[in-house]
Design a binder for this molecule. Sequence first.
Ligand SMILES: Cc1cc2nc3c(=O)[nH]c(=O)nc-3n(C[C@H](O)[C@H](O)[C@H](O)COP(=O)(O)O)c2cc1C
Length: 191
Amino acid sequence: MKKLFYIDACMREGSNTKKIAEAVVRELSKRYDVECVRLSEMAFPVVNNDILVERNNGFVPEEYVTMAKKIAAADRLVIAAPFWDMSFPSALKVFLENMSLFNITFNSNEKECYGLCKAEKVLYITTRGMNISTGDALEQATPYIKALSRLWGLGELSVIAAQNMDYSTEEQKAEKVKAAIAEGMRLCEKF
Ligand SMILES: Cc1cc2nc3c(=O)[nH]c(=O)nc-3n(C[C@H](O)[C@H](O)[C@H](O)COP(=O)(O)O)c2cc1C
């Protein structure tokens, strides 16, 4: 079976982003072997000077190497993250920094960096409080994921987003989650 790596960066209990992502990943698990990392349950360290010195001396914790190798080898990547401060939770950035490892997720030649990841398709699932659409200049999560995809060599990015959540009634929110799941199910057919 092909492999899917699922990064769950949903931080809040009752997360609407997670409701969408779990339904979509459940559907995809019929065709992919799913490996999941739930960032709300982990504490990846901020990459600081000590970590950089260790890296320069050739040391990276074995568990991070193993996880980064799984990401690099995955056929598909799913990222679920709520829209926080016009981007995504810092836990996701910290995680990605810990996974951005030379010779594993990316490499370099004499001119530039290039990716080592295998995934031809990436799915980013989010919900936003304000009425901000994917591609709006105020939306700084998708551009970052696209840029990192370039560094890591990841393929086509699809985005499923529900927006204006914080200005919707509970009923409207449930409708938006339902619509996003339906969109996800359609996307699953060609993902
Ligand atoms: C810490 C925090 C920061 C947020 N920042 C923004 C923001 O900058 N822009 C916005 O539109 N919504 C913002 N929101 C609202 C969330 O994007 C919105 O409630 C979203 O649906 C939460 O997703 P969840 O249900 O998966 O937790 C923020 C919410 C939290 C808790």
